[in-house]
Design a protein around this ligand. Structure first.
Ligand code: IVH
Length: 688
């Protein structure tokens, strides 16, 4: 074989493996073998630069930066879509187009995801990718060929050779679509370029680790990446694409059905959605569309709706368009999950362990059917990193079961009156100075007498995983504190019937039940009490470890940080927190009161059953809804500390779905797949 022939063969082979990897997510050779082929190709190209073809796999990176983008006139207008908000809107669309042409009556529909990305237009001449453009105003776009070449999902030439196509489709279990396709000499396709949610999160994580500013959302990031003058920057961003339309063709045959077109494009080597379905009527098409509204988190990219298209492309073309919207298709929009609103102020909440958490007070705004007035800002560093200012328009997201959060400010619309935020130097509830611990992001109020902390503290003390006092909810906790009946958790054990009966809403039965619950809690094992104290970093698992080694609180109180660190799993931070907790006078007073009230469980080391560390090993859990006592992170930590795994979505590999209040679509999915559903209590029982 001549070097020239070898060169052509290498191009073909590498492009084939490249496509398999980036479009079909498959490999048939090892990375090392692949690298060897590329090295050989590069060597030949360096010796014969004049041989290098535009579809050489090495052309995907490295073109020189341009000054500006050239304009490209699209061969046909790049149309937009009219929107439908809900099924009735979509039915109304159908009624309208039926009046335009009665053939619509019998129309077949294709439903595809509407990817929230950027329309790009790709030109192929004699099967070679020669130009790529943005949509622009629909008539004229910008030439971003060099950038698009770096997008690995874009085939640089089509089709792959006949043998390769047959091989690839056979191994994918499909028959070859055509034995001798009449490929158009000039083919212009349109697709949506985007960044997957996973890649986006990874990209932001990397930026965060490097201390750089993170991106707001995948769409803007994809748009910004494609409009870089330096293609090597585009190459470094995880862009990908899906193709869904033929804009123009010369010569050859192009299918006249959207459904067949998708298959045809796929066979040519274009990445095509696998979520598309074809329906003989509008109603089942709508039913399918609506299911994806609930399941949108399962899509690997952000979708802002589904597109319902008339399958017959000739009929669709005959229907014409209204403005820039073709009549033959409609965008069925999902309710928005990201909106912008004004940041009115930043409140500071005091947590159980004294953590001070900033919370955004927002101009009320509806997100996906719910009025949102508050959103989390995570921590004070987050506000500084994102440069979030009071008065800013901020982008807020409310998706699935996560608490609404502020993504960041929309800096483009700043008017100048926005105020940079200063974290508080004191606790907003008690006025004591806020403190910061080495190596931690959070700021704390360390005043154990802080009233805000006391409420949270007591809530924690009485909760299921702690002293588990029945009949003592948050409302009563607040009432007891507000009325001055309890000033710390130990005061619960000195409550009297008379004292309770004097409170509003308390009659005999309620008072007796509460007192019974409190007195029964005095018999809880020592590890429960250790958990209940609310020491920073000491959850149920660590409390079990501590109690095993120090079977009474007298002993634990005397332990030094060194003693504590002898225990496996206890590092310097927790050890320090424990010592610090016991050293505080106020806490010592609480302990003395507990002891004299008889709340002083002890145990011989062997009888302390800390949660066994591997009780959940080999099991995979998914959590949905709000759990009675666990926080989102808390339950994850609990499961992981017992050797279990937590994943985000339900599949047939899920062992258990842990169900809380107001569950999301995961519950339905678990039921569909027959996954076992348990509550928090059952989860805890699995670990004792
Ligand atoms: S079809 C005539 N299909 O949504 C063809 N568009 O809001 C009109 N989009 O500008 C477009 N996924 O950028 C079509 N599967 C899909 C799509 C899709 C995303 C975008 C496209 C369009 C916008 C309209």
């Amino acid at each position: 074989m001549s070097t020239r022939e070898r060169y052509a063969q290498l191009c073909k082979e590498i492009n084939f493996h490249f496509r398999l990897y980036h479009v079909e997510d498959r490999t048939v050779i090892s990375d090392a073998e692949y690298d060897k082929l590329v090295i050989e190709l590069r060597r030949i190209e360096s010796e014969h630069p004049d041989w290098v073809t535009p579809d050489s796999p090495t052309r995907r990176v490295g073109a020189a930066p341009s000054e500006k983008f050239e304009k490209v006139r699209h061969p046909r207008p790049i149309l937009s879509l009219a929107n439908a908000f809900g099924a009735d809107d979509a039915r109304a669309w159908f009624e309208r187009v039926r009046k335009v042409d009665d053939r619509v009556e019998k129309a077949v529909f294709v439903v595809e995801p509407k990817i929230d990305g950027l329309s790009v237009v790709l030109h192929y001449r004699d099967g070679i990718f020669v130009q790529g453009a943005t949509r622009g105003d629909g008539e004229i776009g910008e030439d971003i060929t060099a950038n698009l070449r770096t997008v690995k999902a874009i085939p640089l030439h089509i089709p792959v050779s006949r043998e390769q196509r047959v091989e690839s489709s056979q191994s994918a279990g499909q028959p070859s679509l055509f034995s001798d396709p009449l490929l158009p000499d000039y083919l212009v396709v349109r697709g949506e370029a985007f960044i997957t949610t996973r890649d986006f999160d990874k990209l932001n994580q990397k930026l965060e680790e490097a201390g750089e500013k993170t991106y707001l959302n995948p769409r803007n990031t994809a748009a910004g990446s494609l409009r870089q003058l330096d293609p090597s920057i585009t190459a470094s961003r995880p862009l990908t694409l899906l193709v869904y339309q033929v804009v123009y063709s010369e010569g050859g045959d192009v299918p006249a059905s959207q459904w067949e077109l998708l298959e045809w494009l796929k066979a040519l080597g274009f990445p095509v959605t696998d979520v598309a379905r074809r329906f003989a009527d509008l109603e089942p098409a709508l039913a399918y569309t609506v299911t994806w509204d609930k399941r949108r988190d399962e899509l690997p990219y952000e979708a802002d709706g589904m597109v319902i298209k008339i399958d017959d492309l000739r009929l669709a073309a005959d229907l014409g368009f209204v403005g820039k919207d073709p009549r033959g298709a409609i965008a069925f929009k999902f309710p928005a999950r990201e909106v912008t609103t004004k940041l009115l102020g930043i409140d500071v909440e005091v947590g159980r362990t004294g953590v001070l958490t900033p919370r955004a007070a927002l101009e009320p705004v509806e997100i996906n059917g719910v009025i949102v007035k508050n959103a989390t800002l995570h921590n004070f560093d987050y506000i500084a990193e994102k440069d979030i200012r009071v008065g800013d328009r901020v982008l807020v997201k409310r998706a699935g079961e996560v608490i609404p959060y502020v993504i960041g400010p929309v800096t483009e619309v700043r008017g100048g009156a926005e105020q940079p935020y200063q974290p508080p130097s004191a606790c907003p509830a008690c006025g004591q100075p806020a403190e910061h611990f080495e190596g931690e992001v959070a700021w704390y109020c360390v005043n154990a007498a802080c009233p805000a902390q006391l409420v949270r503290n007591m809530e924690h003390f009485v909760s299921k995983g702690s002293m588990d006092i029945t009949g003592l909810g948050i409302k009563i906790v607040e009432q007891l504190i507000a009325e001055g009946l309890v000033k710390d958790v130990a005061d619960l054990y000195t409550l009297t019937r008379e004292g309770l009966l004097a409170l509003e809403g308390f009659a005999d039965k309620k008072a007796d039940n509460l007192l019974k619950g409190i007195s029964e809690s005095a018999n809880q094992p020592i590890q429960r009490l250790v958990t209940a104290l609310g020491i920073r970093g000491v959850g149920e698992v660590v409390a079990g470890d501590l109690a095993r080694h120090f079977p009474s609180l007298d002993l634990l109180a005397k332990a030094s940080a060194d003693d504590l660190q002898m225990i496996e799993g206890i590092g310097p931070n927790i050890a320090e927190a424990v010592v610090d907790w016991f050293s505080r006078e106020r806490n010592q007073a609480v302990l003395a009161k507990l002891k004299s009230a008889g709340v002083w469980p002890t145990a011989s080391p062997s009888t302390v059953r800390g949660p066994s560390s591997g009780a959940l090993s080999g099991l995979t859990f998914v959590v949905t809804g709000t759990l009675p006592t666990f926080s989102r992170e808390g339950v994850k930590e609990f499961i992981e500390q017992h050797g279990g795994k937590v994943t985000d979505s339900v599949s047939k590999n899920t062992s258990y779905l842990v169900l809380g209040e107001a569950p999301g679509s995961k519950y339905q999915k678990a039921q569909d797949l027959g996954v076992k559903v348990i509550g928090e209590e059952e989860l805890r029982k699995m670990c004792v």
